[in-house]
Design a binder for this molecule. Structure first.
Ligand code: BDR
Ligand code: CA
Length: 314
């Protein structure tokens, strides 16, 4: 099983991704590191703890990381995930303490102590990883692999026409991480196409509501995201981007095609802030070091999510 650290701006789809990581036999979730993103940082930390507690995994430590992007102001997305990030109302606090160590120190220390052993899944803005790189320039080589959900490659973004949320929130961090670490990139386009669960597909989840705490949790928390997707994309459903990223590393058969390209991110303020430029024809001098996920087995992904939400066993 993969030894896994998940770096997350825990709200909405991040919680389902965490459940997937905790419940899968293909990974051991060793730590969760929290980064500024979707909602206020304190809420994200609580959401991570609540999710782990829901899965009886309170023993997985939660490390608090960067409370704001490297340079930009912290912009959040309550309109997608609800005020606290778990739908409408705030959930009760768990009382679980955070780990003493800072998320960045934890990532660097764990990578150094276990060279080639740890997979890092980044499902929020890349601030923690960028800061970790400042402390340990060889971070990429010390890790087994790094998976990133971010960017909107040759498609409309979800925050602006040019950009996807994670890269838009901290484009300076994204630039640094993509240039210095060979990552596998799961972008918004592939998620929108293959990881969007339409409300008409919720039926088995609705039916499992009274038996499965995950089904109930999902239906409760995904509501604002469904409304937002309906208003902005004309689709009635929710895109489980972060879960697709975790699913891809847990079950490589879900990934049906990848290509390795140079990818750069526009960190300038302005209309194209956070834009991810994928140099498919190799016309730039940038190194081709990003493994871009081109297509996935959406059916298999759906099965996995339903197995998780309905039976608690992906
Ligand atoms: C990404 O941004 C966040 O809103 C989601 O959690 C996901 O990581 C999608 O753009
Ligand atoms: Ca996220």
């Amino acid at each position: 099983a993969r030894r896994l650290i998940v770096d997350t701006d825990t709200a909405g789809d991040d919680t389902i991704a965490l459940l997937l990581a905790v419940c899968s036999d293909h990974a051991v979730l060793e730590g969760v590191t929290v980064v500024a993103g979707n909602v206020e940082f304190e809420h994200e930390v609580e959401n991570a703890k609540y999710t782990l507690a829901l899965a009886d995994a309170e023993d997985v430590p939660v490390y608090e990381g960067a409370r704001s992007p490297l340079i930009k102001d912290h912009e959040t997305a309550e309109e997608v995930h609800g005020t606290g990030g778990l739908g409408g109302d705030l959930f009760p606090e768990t009382g679980i303490p955070s780990a003493d160590e800072h998320a960045v120190e934890y990532i660097v220390r764990t990578a150094r102590e276990n060279p080639g052993e740890i997979t890092l899944a980044c499902i929020g803005p890349l601030t923690n990883v960028a800061v970790a790189l400042q402390h340990e320039p060889n971070l990429g080589e010390l890790l087994d692999s790094v998976w990133v959900m971010g960017g909107a490659r040759n498609c409309l973004g979800n925050v602006t026409p040019a950009a996807e949320f994670n890269f838009w929130v901290d484009p300076d961090a994204a630039t640094r991480v993509l240039s210095e670490i060979d990552v596998t990139l799961v972008d918004w386009g592939v998620c929108l196409e293959h990881a969007t669960l339409r409300t008409e597909e919720f039926e088995p989840i609705e039916a499992a509501r009274s038996e499965s705490p995950y089904a109930d949790f999902f239906l409760e928390t995904a509501r604002p995201a469904c409304e937002h997707t309906r208003e902005t994309q004309g689709i009635d459903g929710t895109t489980q981007s972060d879960s697709l990223t975790i699913a891809g590393l847990l079950d490589p058969s879900i990934i049906t095609e990848t290509n390795t390209y140079p990818v750069a991110v526009d960190e300038r303020e302005g209309m194209t802030r956070g834009y991810s430029l994928v140099d498919e024809n190799g016309v730039t001098d940038l190194p081709a070091n990003t493994r871009v996920v081109e297509s996935v087995d959406g059916e298999r992904f759906r099965e996995l999510i339903l197995d998780l939400l309905v039976h608690g066993d992906p």
